[in-house]
Design a binder for this molecule. Structure first.
Ligand code: NDP
Ligand code: MG
Length: 384
């Protein structure tokens, strides 16, 4: 088998570093062509020395000099100008682009990679939340696969191998419920960022960890699932499953349900996406039913976790509303992490943006760009 050439956008993050661990174990199958980071120069340098990519990008200009000096005796091309992230993904030699950067920043590189007919391994769910229709249409037009890395979507995707998408009755996404499962609104009034950053089952980047605590992550995943699997809004359910063993389920038209199970470890969905359609051998710890005599399921609490309700509202409204939701949420999380707003204040900020930003029923790319800018501006000015 010819080696697959991989570009990792966001190689210094939680997904990026785990992807490199997977690649390290399967050097006969994968070759690292591109690595990118925003500002973590030290780790990027370390990764570049270990994996010898052709190109690296560091978007924070202040860190670029350090990287250039450290790698001056190598042939690695180093870029830091604004457009480089979106340009490098189009290189002839790239087979798969793993989008593992955070937030709206993932959209343009993904669109560009699709224009150049690349396969996408998609971790950056915000891309599909912001502009799912646009992205999926382009992927279809150019015959590109978008392989999910998000564990729930990887589970659904694995359940759908050999099935016809027309025969799906519904998709059931599981949610751990996060660190505040079972809490009341009163309990959540004085939540600190240290409490919110402690996820019970997964270790992830800060933004998605806060999204998991507020259940916005599940809301974003519902929108992501709609586009990935061509679902109607009423075909997506969420069920809370605190053990995070059943990663998600598909119910078919005959009532039969398939689920994908395993220990919570992002390396598995990452490996599945990079290796697809092959399953690669590994020595990850195996799941044993006897260690989990009880797998439990419950309804999500839409009243306490308003972000989940807001995401469903954005899904129903369609147009640029999910883009508004996403931009407002990115600022809300940023402000919460800077102690500028409270945990519950995040939902108020998002609801305010969804009310005030101009709704566009059929947005084109430029509309998303403007919506994102305007929403961020409004959200930055918000006080609670
Ligand atoms: P991290 O914050 O751990 O890593 C993000 C990576 O992207 C880092 O390499 C960071 O560089 C870079 N980056 C961040 N913002 C920008 C930007 N604006 N421009 C350029 N580069 C940027 O995030 P995660 O790995 O946790 O998450 C990545 C994506 O995957 C998110 O969309 C998340 O929702 C999704 N995901 C993550 C899961 C997880 O387990 N972590 C599970 C499922 C989905 P630097 O290090 O220099 O800051
Ligand atoms: Mg997920």
């Amino acid at each position: 088998m010819q080696k697959k050439n991989i570009a990792i956008l966001g190689s210094t993050g939680s997904i990026g570093t785990q992807a490199l661990e997977v690649i390290q174990e399967h050097q006969d199958k994968f070759n690292v062509e591109i690595l990118t980071a925003r500002s973590n120069a030290d780790l990027l340098i370390e990764q570049a020395i270990l994996f010898s990519p052709k190109i690296i990008v560091i978007t924070d200009k202040k860190q670029a000099e350090k990287v250039k000096t450290a790698l001056s005796n190598t042939n690695i091309k180093i870029y830091s100008d604004e457009n480089s992230l979106a340009e490098v993904v189009q290189g002839d030699n790239i087979d798969i682009v793993l989008t593992a950067l955070v937030g709206y920043a993932g959209l343009l590189p993904t669109l560009n990679a699709l224009k150049a007919k690349k396969t996408i391994a998609l971790a950056n769910k915000e891309t599909l939340v912001v502009a799912g229709e646009l992205v999926m249409n382009l992927a279809k037009k150019n015959n590109c696969a978008i392989l999910p890395v998000d564990s729930e979507h990887s589970a659904v995707f694995q359940c759908l191998v050999g099935e016809n998408y027309q025969q799906i009755e519904k998709v059931i996404l599981t949610a751990s419920g996060g660190p505040f499962r079972g809490k009341t609104t009163q309990d959540l009034l004085y939540i600190t960022k240290a409490q919110a950053l402690k996820h019970p089952n997964w270790t992830m980047g800060a933004k998605i960890t806060i999204d998991s605590a507020s259940l916005m992550n599940k809301g974003l995943e519902v929108i992501e699932a709609k586009w990935l699997f061509e679902l109607e809004n009423n075909q997506i359910d969420v069920v809370v499953h605190p053990q995070s063993i059943v990663h998600s389920l598909v119910q078919f038209k005959d009532g039969s349900i398939k689920a994908q199970l395993g220990l919570p470890d992002m390396k598995l969905p990452i490996q599945y996406a990079l290796g697809f359609p092959d399953r690669l051998t590994n020595n990850f710890p195996r799941f044993n039913f006897l260690n989990y005599p009880q797998l439990t399921f419950e309804s999500p609490d839409f009243n306490t976790f308003k972000n989940l309700s807001l995401a469903f509202e954005a899904l129903k409204k369609g147009g640029n509303m999910p883009c508004i939701l996403n931009a407002a949420n990115e600022i809300a999380v940023e402000k919460f992490l800077q102690d500028k707003i409270s945990f519950l204040g995040m939902s108020d900020l998002i609801a305010n943006a969804m009310q005030k930003i101009t709704f566009i029923q059929k947005p084109v790319y430029e509309d998303y760009v403007l919506t994102d800018i305007e929403t961020r501006k409004l959200a930055q000015e918000y006080k609670n």
